[in-house]
Design a protein around this ligand. Structure first.
Ligand code: SF4
Length: 272
Protein backbone atom coordinates (compact mmCIF):
# COMPACT_ATOMS: atom_id res chain seq x y z
CA UNK A 1 0.00 0.00 0.00
CA UNK A 2 1.29 3.41 -0.85
CA UNK A 3 2.17 5.65 2.06
CA UNK A 4 1.00 8.69 0.11
CA UNK A 5 -1.56 9.35 2.78
CA UNK A 6 -4.15 12.04 2.44
CA UNK A 7 -5.20 14.31 5.29
CA UNK A 8 -8.12 12.10 6.25
CA UNK A 9 -5.98 8.96 6.43
CA UNK A 10 -3.36 10.77 8.51
CA UNK A 11 -6.12 11.85 10.87
CA UNK A 12 -7.29 8.25 11.12
CA UNK A 13 -3.78 7.08 11.86
CA UNK A 14 -3.52 9.70 14.60
CA UNK A 15 -6.78 8.24 15.99
CA UNK A 16 -5.09 4.84 15.97
CA UNK A 17 -2.09 6.33 17.70
CA UNK A 18 0.16 5.44 14.78
CA UNK A 19 2.91 7.83 13.75
CA UNK A 20 3.66 7.29 10.11
CA UNK A 21 7.39 7.28 10.68
CA UNK A 22 6.80 4.24 12.88
CA UNK A 23 4.79 2.46 10.26
CA UNK A 24 7.12 2.48 7.28
CA UNK A 25 6.00 -0.28 5.01
CA UNK A 26 7.53 -1.69 1.90
CA UNK A 27 5.17 -3.62 -0.37
CA UNK A 28 5.92 -7.30 -0.32
CA UNK A 29 7.44 -8.46 -3.57
CA UNK A 30 6.85 -11.93 -4.89
CA UNK A 31 10.08 -13.36 -6.19
CA UNK A 32 10.30 -16.41 -8.45
CA UNK A 33 10.42 -19.50 -6.32
CA UNK A 34 9.08 -17.73 -3.28
CA UNK A 35 5.92 -19.01 -1.69
CA UNK A 36 3.45 -16.35 -2.86
CA UNK A 37 1.21 -16.63 0.14
CA UNK A 38 3.96 -16.57 2.69
CA UNK A 39 5.73 -13.35 1.88
CA UNK A 40 6.63 -11.03 4.68
CA UNK A 41 6.38 -7.28 4.49
CA UNK A 42 9.99 -6.61 3.62
CA UNK A 43 9.80 -8.86 0.59
CA UNK A 44 13.09 -10.36 1.71
CA UNK A 45 12.05 -13.80 2.83
CA UNK A 46 9.06 -15.62 4.17
CA UNK A 47 8.83 -15.41 7.94
CA UNK A 48 6.89 -18.61 8.40
CA UNK A 49 8.53 -21.13 10.66
CA UNK A 50 10.19 -23.68 8.35
CA UNK A 51 7.61 -26.35 9.04
CA UNK A 52 4.82 -23.92 8.10
CA UNK A 53 6.62 -22.74 5.00
CA UNK A 54 6.54 -26.32 3.77
CA UNK A 55 2.76 -26.49 4.07
CA UNK A 56 1.29 -26.76 0.57
CA UNK A 57 -1.16 -23.97 -0.10
CA UNK A 58 -3.18 -22.96 -3.15
CA UNK A 59 -1.79 -20.06 -5.15
CA UNK A 60 -4.78 -18.54 -6.90
CA UNK A 61 -6.23 -15.26 -5.66
CA UNK A 62 -8.97 -14.76 -4.86
CA UNK A 63 -9.98 -18.37 -4.44
CA UNK A 64 -13.33 -18.55 -2.77
CA UNK A 65 -14.67 -21.54 -4.61
CA UNK A 66 -15.44 -23.35 -1.35
CA UNK A 67 -17.95 -20.65 -0.57
CA UNK A 68 -20.40 -20.56 -3.42
CA UNK A 69 -21.58 -16.99 -4.01
CA UNK A 70 -25.18 -16.52 -3.00
CA UNK A 71 -27.74 -14.31 -4.66
CA UNK A 72 -28.30 -12.39 -1.50
CA UNK A 73 -31.76 -11.32 -0.55
CA UNK A 74 -33.14 -9.82 2.63
CA UNK A 75 -34.87 -13.13 3.12
CA UNK A 76 -31.52 -14.95 3.32
CA UNK A 77 -30.13 -12.43 5.76
CA UNK A 78 -33.30 -12.54 7.84
CA UNK A 79 -33.14 -16.32 7.89
CA UNK A 80 -29.55 -16.29 9.13
CA UNK A 81 -30.30 -13.63 11.75
CA UNK A 82 -33.25 -15.70 12.96
CA UNK A 83 -31.20 -18.89 13.03
CA UNK A 84 -28.43 -17.25 15.07
CA UNK A 85 -30.93 -15.63 17.45
CA UNK A 86 -32.54 -19.02 18.14
CA UNK A 87 -29.36 -21.10 18.07
CA UNK A 88 -28.80 -23.61 20.85
CA UNK A 89 -26.32 -25.74 18.98
CA UNK A 90 -23.67 -25.55 21.68
CA UNK A 91 -23.54 -24.93 25.40
CA UNK A 92 -22.58 -21.29 24.94
CA UNK A 93 -26.24 -20.45 24.40
CA UNK A 94 -26.95 -20.99 28.09
CA UNK A 95 -25.19 -17.94 29.52
CA UNK A 96 -25.48 -15.43 26.69
CA UNK A 97 -27.63 -12.33 26.86
CA UNK A 98 -27.70 -12.05 23.07
CA UNK A 99 -25.80 -13.72 20.27
CA UNK A 100 -23.89 -11.21 18.18
CA UNK A 101 -24.40 -10.52 14.50
CA UNK A 102 -23.59 -7.56 12.31
CA UNK A 103 -26.39 -5.04 12.17
CA UNK A 104 -25.43 -4.27 8.58
CA UNK A 105 -26.90 -6.84 6.24
CA UNK A 106 -23.99 -8.27 4.28
CA UNK A 107 -23.21 -7.07 0.80
CA UNK A 108 -20.16 -8.14 -1.16
CA UNK A 109 -17.28 -6.68 0.84
CA UNK A 110 -13.60 -7.24 0.17
CA UNK A 111 -12.77 -7.08 3.88
CA UNK A 112 -14.05 -9.57 6.45
CA UNK A 113 -12.87 -8.90 10.00
CA UNK A 114 -13.19 -11.85 12.36
CA UNK A 115 -12.76 -11.20 16.06
CA UNK A 116 -12.61 -13.21 19.25
CA UNK A 117 -15.70 -14.29 21.27
CA UNK A 118 -18.03 -11.50 22.34
CA UNK A 119 -17.12 -9.53 25.44
CA UNK A 120 -19.64 -8.18 27.93
CA UNK A 121 -20.44 -5.09 25.81
CA UNK A 122 -20.89 -7.09 22.62
CA UNK A 123 -23.03 -9.61 24.48
CA UNK A 124 -25.26 -6.82 25.77
CA UNK A 125 -25.52 -4.96 22.46
CA UNK A 126 -25.77 -8.12 20.30
CA UNK A 127 -23.25 -6.65 17.89
CA UNK A 128 -19.57 -7.37 17.15
CA UNK A 129 -16.91 -4.72 17.83
CA UNK A 130 -18.65 -2.08 19.92
CA UNK A 131 -17.54 0.67 22.31
CA UNK A 132 -13.88 1.74 22.23
CA UNK A 133 -12.55 -1.34 20.42
CA UNK A 134 -15.24 -0.85 17.78
CA UNK A 135 -14.34 2.82 17.34
CA UNK A 136 -10.67 1.92 16.96
CA UNK A 137 -11.47 -0.80 14.42
CA UNK A 138 -13.64 1.61 12.45
CA UNK A 139 -10.81 4.15 12.41
CA UNK A 140 -8.35 1.50 11.28
CA UNK A 141 -10.69 0.53 8.46
CA UNK A 142 -11.23 4.15 7.49
CA UNK A 143 -7.48 4.61 7.23
CA UNK A 144 -7.50 2.03 4.43
CA UNK A 145 -10.67 3.36 2.83
CA UNK A 146 -13.12 0.76 4.12
CA UNK A 147 -16.14 0.88 6.40
CA UNK A 148 -18.79 -1.39 7.81
CA UNK A 149 -21.73 -1.57 5.47
CA UNK A 150 -19.67 -0.44 2.49
CA UNK A 151 -19.50 -2.37 -0.74
CA UNK A 152 -16.61 -4.00 -2.56
CA UNK A 153 -13.21 -2.53 -1.82
CA UNK A 154 -14.80 0.03 0.49
CA UNK A 155 -16.76 -2.61 2.38
CA UNK A 156 -15.95 -4.41 5.61
CA UNK A 157 -18.09 -7.01 7.30
CA UNK A 158 -17.34 -7.84 10.94
CA UNK A 159 -18.11 -10.92 12.98
CA UNK A 160 -17.13 -12.90 16.08
CA UNK A 161 -15.61 -16.37 15.94
CA UNK A 162 -18.44 -17.58 18.20
CA UNK A 163 -21.63 -15.59 18.48
CA UNK A 164 -22.30 -16.24 22.18
CA UNK A 165 -20.20 -15.03 25.08
CA UNK A 166 -18.56 -17.84 27.05
CA UNK A 167 -19.74 -17.78 30.68
CA UNK A 168 -17.57 -16.06 33.28
CA UNK A 169 -15.13 -15.06 30.57
CA UNK A 170 -13.95 -18.63 30.08
CA UNK A 171 -12.15 -19.58 26.89
CA UNK A 172 -14.21 -20.99 24.02
CA UNK A 173 -13.71 -24.67 23.31
CA UNK A 174 -12.55 -25.91 19.92
CA UNK A 175 -15.82 -27.80 19.44
CA UNK A 176 -17.82 -24.64 20.18
CA UNK A 177 -15.87 -22.70 17.58
CA UNK A 178 -16.31 -25.55 15.08
CA UNK A 179 -20.06 -25.62 15.71
CA UNK A 180 -20.44 -21.87 15.33
CA UNK A 181 -18.40 -21.95 12.11
CA UNK A 182 -21.63 -23.09 10.43
CA UNK A 183 -22.95 -19.56 10.91
CA UNK A 184 -19.62 -18.08 9.91
CA UNK A 185 -19.63 -20.02 6.65
CA UNK A 186 -23.04 -18.61 5.79
CA UNK A 187 -21.75 -15.12 6.48
CA UNK A 188 -18.72 -15.71 4.26
CA UNK A 189 -20.91 -17.07 1.48
CA UNK A 190 -23.01 -13.93 1.63
CA UNK A 191 -20.13 -11.45 1.87
CA UNK A 192 -17.73 -13.18 -0.58
CA UNK A 193 -14.72 -11.43 0.95
CA UNK A 194 -11.41 -11.26 -0.87
CA UNK A 195 -9.54 -11.24 2.42
CA UNK A 196 -10.15 -12.14 6.05
CA UNK A 197 -8.41 -10.16 8.78
CA UNK A 198 -8.25 -12.34 11.89
CA UNK A 199 -7.90 -10.19 14.99
CA UNK A 200 -7.24 -12.11 18.15
CA UNK A 201 -6.12 -15.50 19.31
CA UNK A 202 -9.32 -17.48 18.83
CA UNK A 203 -10.24 -16.07 15.43
CA UNK A 204 -6.70 -16.97 14.39
CA UNK A 205 -6.98 -20.46 15.88
CA UNK A 206 -10.10 -21.22 13.87
CA UNK A 207 -8.86 -19.79 10.58
CA UNK A 208 -5.40 -21.39 10.77
CA UNK A 209 -6.69 -24.88 11.51
CA UNK A 210 -5.09 -26.16 8.29
CA UNK A 211 -1.71 -25.11 9.67
CA UNK A 212 -1.28 -27.44 12.66
CA UNK A 213 2.27 -26.23 13.15
CA UNK A 214 0.86 -22.82 14.00
CA UNK A 215 -1.00 -24.19 17.00
CA UNK A 216 0.39 -22.85 20.23
CA UNK A 217 2.47 -20.12 18.61
CA UNK A 218 1.81 -16.67 20.06
CA UNK A 219 -0.15 -14.38 17.78
CA UNK A 220 2.83 -12.09 17.31
CA UNK A 221 4.73 -14.96 15.67
CA UNK A 222 1.91 -15.56 13.19
CA UNK A 223 1.77 -12.03 11.78
CA UNK A 224 3.28 -10.86 8.50
CA UNK A 225 2.27 -13.96 6.59
CA UNK A 226 -0.67 -14.54 4.27
CA UNK A 227 -2.44 -17.80 5.11
CA UNK A 228 -5.59 -19.19 3.56
CA UNK A 229 -8.87 -20.37 5.01
CA UNK A 230 -10.64 -22.56 2.48
CA UNK A 231 -9.08 -20.57 -0.32
CA UNK A 232 -9.50 -17.08 1.12
CA UNK A 233 -6.35 -15.14 2.07
CA UNK A 234 -6.04 -14.56 5.81
CA UNK A 235 -3.89 -11.99 7.61
CA UNK A 236 -3.43 -12.16 11.37
CA UNK A 237 -3.31 -9.10 13.62
CA UNK A 238 -4.02 -7.89 17.13
CA UNK A 239 -7.51 -7.37 18.49
CA UNK A 240 -8.38 -3.68 18.96
CA UNK A 241 -8.80 -4.37 22.69
CA UNK A 242 -5.16 -5.38 22.84
CA UNK A 243 -4.15 -2.31 20.86
CA UNK A 244 -5.97 -0.08 23.34
CA UNK A 245 -3.84 -1.60 26.11
CA UNK A 246 -0.55 -1.80 24.20
CA UNK A 247 -0.26 1.24 21.99
CA UNK A 248 3.19 0.16 20.83
CA UNK A 249 1.49 -2.60 18.86
CA UNK A 250 -0.55 -0.10 16.83
CA UNK A 251 2.28 0.41 14.35
CA UNK A 252 2.36 -3.37 13.86
CA UNK A 253 -1.39 -3.37 13.30
CA UNK A 254 -0.94 -0.66 10.68
CA UNK A 255 1.70 -2.81 8.98
CA UNK A 256 -0.80 -5.69 9.00
CA UNK A 257 -3.39 -3.48 7.31
CA UNK A 258 -0.80 -2.53 4.69
CA UNK A 259 -0.17 -6.22 4.06
CA UNK A 260 -3.92 -6.67 3.59
CA UNK A 261 -3.89 -3.85 1.06
CA UNK A 262 -1.04 -5.53 -0.78
CA UNK A 263 -3.05 -8.74 -0.95
CA UNK A 264 -6.12 -6.91 -2.26
CA UNK A 265 -3.99 -5.09 -4.83
CA UNK A 266 -2.49 -8.37 -6.00
CA UNK A 267 1.03 -7.48 -4.89
CA UNK A 268 1.12 -10.55 -2.69
CA UNK A 269 -0.36 -13.93 -3.27
CA UNK A 270 -0.65 -14.09 -7.03
CA UNK A 271 1.76 -15.88 -9.29
CA UNK A 272 -0.59 -16.79 -12.11
S1 SF4 B 1 -21.94 -19.99 20.04
FE1 SF4 B 1 -22.72 -20.23 17.97
S2 SF4 B 1 -23.22 -22.43 17.78
FE2 SF4 B 1 -23.06 -21.96 19.99
S3 SF4 B 1 -25.15 -21.47 20.60
FE3 SF4 B 1 -24.14 -19.52 20.09
S4 SF4 B 1 -24.70 -19.18 17.94
FE4 SF4 B 1 -25.10 -21.34 18.37
Amino acid sequence: MSLDLDTRQRAMLREMGVHVWLAQHQPALVQPGMDPVAVNQTGAAPVLPPVLAATPVPTSLPATEFFQPMVLTEEHWGALAHRVAQCQACTLCAARKHPTLSVEAPVQSDWFVLGDPPDEDEDRQARPFVEQPGVLLDNMLKAVGARRGGHGRQGAYVSNVVKCRPPSGRLPLAEEMAQCANHLHHEISMVQPRLILAVGRFATQLLLQDYPEAAGLPLGKLRSVVYRYRGIPVVVSYHPKVLLRASSDKAKAWADLCLCQDVLEGKVGSLQ
